[in-house]
Unconditional design. Structure first.
Length: 71
């Protein structure tokens, strides 16, 4: 069971990849097929494997990610 559910404010994402680099379970990735309006690849994650640590949200410089912890 996933422990966290992520919401992305995709239009604010600059595709820097910091969230991808810092996710401790390495489940985040750049969606090479989907760009936001600014032309950056949006980020996706493996919804079943999230541990809800919120590291991605804390590291994102643009406050793109919100993590809801699932009890
Ligand atoms: S909350 Fe933690 S485990 Fe889930 S995607 Fe973000 S960094 Fe990875
Ligand atoms: S850290 Fe934030 S701005 Fe950078 S790729 Fe991840 S969601 Fe986008």
């Amino acid at each position: 069971m996933p422990k966290g559910k992520l919401t992305f404010d995709y239009e604010k994402c600059k595709g820097c990849g910091i969230c991808v680099a810092f996710c401790p379970v390495k489940i985040m990735y750049s969606d090479k097929a989907t760009l936001n309006k600014s032309g950056y690849n949006i980020i996706r994650y493996d919804e079943d494997k999230c541990i809800g640590c919120a590291t991605c949200a804390m590291m994102c410089p643009d406050s793109v990610i919100t993590v809801e912890v699932i009890k």
